[in-house]
Design a protein around this ligand. Structure first.
Ligand code: HEM
Length: 165
């Protein structure tokens, strides 16, 4: 295994591992923690929410950084092998835009900015949207990975006019 292969492997492990932690944590909060915490008295519920968000925030911020670094590394390594493969670039481009939406929503839900207080008031709804976006992103990523590289016909250079007399 050469250095390049070691870096590719580390980047893939970091990318997928981080996605598992953040995606799993989001599903847990949406479907397990929130409904269970809703049964607590208001004061305890507020205290628990504050404690959970202040801890989860560190995972969200570090996770976004790791996904961005490993994602751009993956793209730099793999995109050159997909020259002329329009569908690959369209799908990976769409995935990146969706990922930026996920990063925005995830950050807003753990942030303190007054501008996004309305999102935090409807936390359950936005956690559901986050999970749906994550599912689409994972589906796109899995598809482009398994689809591989299509064979793109190379157009032969135009024949040079030959003078035959
Ligand atoms: C929420 C955000 C994201 C999720 C859930 C996600 C998920 C995934 C998954 C599951 C894979 C498949 C890995 C495999 O089977 O080998 C993957 C691959 C990849 N990701 Fe992400 N990713 C995210 C963000 C990003 C971002 C922001 C970028 C680029 C800046 C990126 C670039 C890539 C690339 C280039 C690949 C390899 C695609 C290929 O096989 O050609 N990802 N991602």
């Amino acid at each position: 295994m050469d250095t390049q292969q070691i870096l590719d492997t580390i980047s893939r492990i970091v990318h997928i591992g981080t996605v598992i932690v953040l995606g799993g944590g989001t599903v847990f909060m949406w479907r397990v923690l929130m409904p269970s915490a809703a049964e607590l008295p208001d004061a305890e519920h507020d205290k628990l929410r504050e404690a959970v968000v202040s801890r989860w925030k560190k995972f969200v911020h570090a996770g976004i950084a790791l996904i961005l670094i490993s994602g751009f590394y993956n793209y730099a390594r793999l995109a050159t092998g997909h020259k002329g493969d329009g569908l690959y670039h369209a799908l990976v481009g769409t995935k990146m835009l969706l990922a930026f939406g996920v990063f925005f929503l995830g950050s807003a839900l753990v942030g303190k900015s007054k501008a996004f207080e309305s999102l935090r008031q409807k936390r359950g709804r936005y956690l559901g949207i986050l999970v749906a976006l994550l599912a689409v992103i994972v589906a796109i990523s899995g598809f482009v990975k398994v689809r591989g590289k299509p064979v793109i016909p190379v157009t032969p250079p135009a024949e040079t006019a030959s003078v035959t007399n």
